[in-house]
Design a protein around this ligand. Sequence first.
Ligand SMILES: [Zn+2]
Length: 79
Amino acid sequence: MECCANPKLKLIEELGHAESVDFDLVQCTSCGAYRMRSWSEHRPDQVFYEPMTPADAGQLMASQDLDRKRLLKDWFNSH
Ligand SMILES: [Zn+2]
């Protein structure tokens, strides 16, 4: 699942944990697409990349503490 012909992912922000899952926001420097990178602490060998809209990415970057945890849980429950 690639965002473009020449994906180059860079870490934007480590978002933290929710539901035993670790989340990072990454962005492709070739096309600008955001992805949510996540992996379970129980399965650290399995890493997932899900597409994320700029609106969702902006909301996560602007969030803090409990608000961010809620957003991560929402993301976890809907993916
Ligand atoms: Zn790309």
